[in-house]
Design a protein around this ligand. Structure first.
Ligand code: UD1
Length: 417
């Protein structure tokens, strides 16, 4: 099990490129199940989660290769409809393969993806939507057995919550359904638009992605496409957090600032100055940050739950109080106990965390238990006095493309043991 060793208090300097978005790459890779021919997905981040999706695609009969930052998926037909438990468990987002395999083959048998580190993460919205589209679904012995022998039929689906994964699963399944599917209260995340753009390039007819109502006119078959994945807004927020806590000035290359609409004002509130030029974003951070008042996580365009842990680490060393209200996942403060080991002053109760900024953190041995929590420990380590040893690095590798290499290139003292 590898660990990261961070020697804190190094100022960062320089320009780095932001990786492609994990949360676009995963549904887009799943969506290649619907396609025919060879899709080239540029800017596809090299992560354990994207590798897990590639393994599922290979199992299903696709040829998947990587060439630099591009992944090439050759789909000459899907040869199976089952996904074994060992492959399903590698990533929680494998559930979007459900709609894809069902729509392509008329059947899907895959294991139930249980809860995970940040909460229960039920899939009831996925299942009820697929049932409305005409699927018969049996849940038994930990497996979901779904059948639609005569194909799926377009219908109206109103989501009770704008779930990102459910919106993607329905969009994917509805592409090959007969007739029109309308999703209301759909998730509006930029990654939904990216998925729709890829599918439309393959010949799908999806309108309104990124808005509350998405309309999908089913088509008989999809071809393939060349697509470039959008920059990862959460990786960008993480790098901004690294600069903020170290009083640094860095430039992020390849950023879509509008995707960070709810995040950037929080850095400004903390006293950082931000300037954008084309797709570059420069952050200049003060010697001492200010508390950020109240941050509520919300569906997009609100403040993203995935940026909560990184910004919470920032708030630990900001002068004053910051209150977080985590509205999306029920168990997303597990990193706070580790930050307290590093000298942070944090109290949590239910969905609320109250952080009283301290003048400095100190290094400690800490353990990551989820992806964004791992990032928060790296951020804390960068500004802590002395060395921080972070275990549970496998979580970091699920969503960040060698974060330690990126940070080293900016002057951080961080290495993998
Ligand atoms: C996606 C992102 C994840 C992000 C999350 C919220 C990917 C691969 N992952 O996860 O990084 O943190 O969006 O922005 O894109 N829910 C139900 N029933 C369902 C589905 C969801 O109750 O059938 C609940 C969840 O438990 C959670 C909330 O809805 O409380 C949001 O979940 P959802 O938007 O579906 O997140 P994911 O797609 O799993």
């Amino acid at each position: 099990m590898s660990k990261l060793l961070v020697n804190g208090r190094q100022r960062l300097e320089g320009t780095v490129s932001v990786q492609g978005a994990k949360n676009s790459a995963l549904p887009i890779l799943a969506a290649t199940v619907l396609t025919g021919g060879e899709s080239v997905i540029f800017n596809c981040p090299e992560l354990t989660d994207t590798e897990a999706s590639a393994r599922i695609l290979r199992w299903l009969g696709c040829e998947v290769t990587r060439s630099g930052e591009a992944v090439i998926v050759k789909n000459d037909g899907i040869s199976r409809h089952d996904i074994p438990d060992s492959l399903m468990r590698r990533t929680r987002s494998s559930i979007v393969f459900l709609g894809a395999v069902l729509a392509r083959t008329g059947r899907a048998k895959l294991s139930f993806p249980g809860g995970c580190e940040i909460g229960m993460r039920p899939i009831d919205l996925h299942l009820s939507a697929l049932r409305r589209l005409g699927a018969e679904i049996r849940e038994r012995h930990g497996y979901l057995d779904c059948r639609a022998p005569h194909g799926l039929k377009g219908c109206k689906i109103a989501l009770s919550f704008p779930s990102v994964g459910a919106t993607e699963d329905i969009m994917i399944a509805a592409c090959l359904a007969s007739g029109t599917t309308t999703i209301t209260n759909a998730a509006r995340e930029p990654e939904i638009c990216d998925l729709a753009e890829y599918l439309n390039r393959c010949g799908a007819k999806i309108h309104g992605a990124g808005e509350g109502v998405v309309v999908i006119d089913g088509v008989k078959r999809l071809g393939s496409a060349v697509h470039t994945i959008i920059p990862d807004r959460i990786a960008a927020a993480t790098l901004l957090s690294c600069a903020a806590v170290t009083g640094s000035e860095i430039v992020l290359d390849g950023v879509i600032s509008s995707h960070l609409g709810a995040v950037l004002p929080v850095f400004e509130q903390a006293g950082c100055s931000l300037t954008h030029r084309e797709n570059q974003l420069r952050i200049v951070s003060p010697e001492r940050l200010r508390g950020m008042k109240i941050i509520r996580t919300m569906p997009y365009p609100g403040f993203p739950t995935d940026a909560q842990a990184p910004l919470l680490a920032v708030s630990c060393v900001a002068n004053g109080v910051t209150v977080f209200i985590e509205n999306i996942f029920e168990n997303r403060y597990r990193h706070t106990g580790e930050l307290v080991r590093m000298g942070a002053d944090i109290r949590t109760e239910g969905k609320i965390a109250v952080i009283e900024g301290v003048s400095g953190l100190y290094g400690a041995a800490v353990e990551a238990t989820d992806l964004r929590g791992a990032a928060s420990l790296v951020i804390a380590g960068l500004c802590a006095e002395g060395s921080t040893e972070i275990s549970g690095v496998c979580y970091l590798d699920r969503g960040y493309e060698s974060l330690e290499r990126t940070l080293s290139s900016l002057g951080a003292d961080i290495k993998r043991l």
